[in-house]
Design a binder for this molecule. Structure first.
Ligand code: RIB
Length: 315
């Protein structure tokens, strides 16, 4: 049985599709508007469930409003357990205001709302984390909540995977001088695998070369995967040679949530005993499928689709 727990954000994504994103002070006419489920935490939970985890549990918070009801039901529809997704009456459901351009790139403003209430574990959270094989974490909720969950996972020997997104610059631009660093050292100390994209890796370390940034990050965590978008992903570990896995070549229509697809799928593959190179290739295939469809969670592939694509039997 594969049990993945996720602590993180649940957002309603309000997406404007437009040829080219507006500059400051500019108004442009878009082509289409969609309201679709998102949030980095919920996205990773959906990706893991669709990739074939036996059990996926979401720890998070939504508001007592229509978006909250819709997001809970979307998670359940994808097979995610929402028993510990709380409904709070002190804040609205989180929203993400997204502009997607014709190259599939995006710009996002997140209004955290209920996600901002996740500053500590609630009754039942630690027990659930303890029963999981892997805990997935991101930085779209208060870092205090992320830290509490990571330390709980550590206490119970549960593998922790942190996506350091959204990344914020280190005041010193040097991860090694960690005083004041936006990811507290005690959080990194409780992380087994860090999965930044190349921009996040550069923001965290002040180093633009992904290989060198990954190497610097190994001072803080034992394993790192830097996602390189269309170029694939780079794995680095303290005691192994780096591995670069290429991504399939596809035409992207919407890259929103591609990183979340990658992480959720990667977690399933690793938890089910796959080797790191195979897991990276499978996760890359899933992410490549997702960018060819609109939306974040809505674009995520099911296990059979990933397998068919990976085996070259997709229709
Ligand atoms: O990672 C993609 C997600 O970031 C979107 O779904 C949006 O909600 C933002 O949180």
């Amino acid at each position: 049985m594969t049990h993945i727990a996720v602590l993180g954000s649940t957002n309603m994504d309000l997406i404007a599709y437009v040829a080219k994103a507006p500059q400051r002070g500019e108004t442009v006419t878009g082509r289409e508007f969609r309201t679709l489920p998102g949030g980095k935490g919920a996205n990773q939970a959906v990706a893991a469930a669709r990739a074939g985890a036996d059990n996926v549990s979401m720890i998070g918070a939504v508001g007592a409003d229509a978006f909250g009801t819709q997001l809970r039901s979307a998670l359940e529809h994808s097979g995610v357990d929402t028993d510990l997704l709380r409904t709070v009456d002190t804040a609205a459901t989180g929203t993400a205001h997204i502009v997607v351009d014709d190259e599939g790139g995006n710009a996002i403003v997140v209004i955290p709302g209920a996600n901002g209430t996740l500053t500590a574990l609630a009754p039942g959270d630690e027990g659930l984390i303890a029963s999981a094989d892997t805990l997935l974490l991101q930085l779209e909720i208060p870092v205090e909540g992320v830290l509490a969950a990571a330390q709980a996972a550590r206490r119970h020997g549960v593998r922790t995977v942190l996506t350091p997104a959204p990344a914020q610059p280190s005041p010193s631009s040097q991860l090694r001088s960690s005083r004041g660093y936006p990811i507290p050292p005690e959080l990194l100390a409780a992380i087994d695998l860090l999965v930044p994209n190349e921009h996040e890796a550069a923001t965290l370390t002040g180093i633009t070369d992904p290989h060198a940034a990954a190497k610097a990050l190994l001072d803080q965590v034992p394993e790192v995967v830097v996602t390189l978008g269309a170029r694939g992903s780079l794995y680095a570990a303290r005691d192994a040679e780096p591995v670069l896995v290429e991504a399939p070549h596809v035409t992207a229509v919407d890259t929103t949530g591609a990183g979340d697809t990658f992480v959720g799928t990667l977690a399933v593959a690793l938890t089910q005993g796959g080797s790191m190179p195979d897991a990276l290739a499978w996760a890359s295939t899933a992410a490549a499928l997702s960018v060819q469809r609109p939306g974040a969670s809505a674009s995520m592939p099911y296990r059979s689709e990933i397998d068919n694509e990976a085996n070259g039997t997709a229709s």
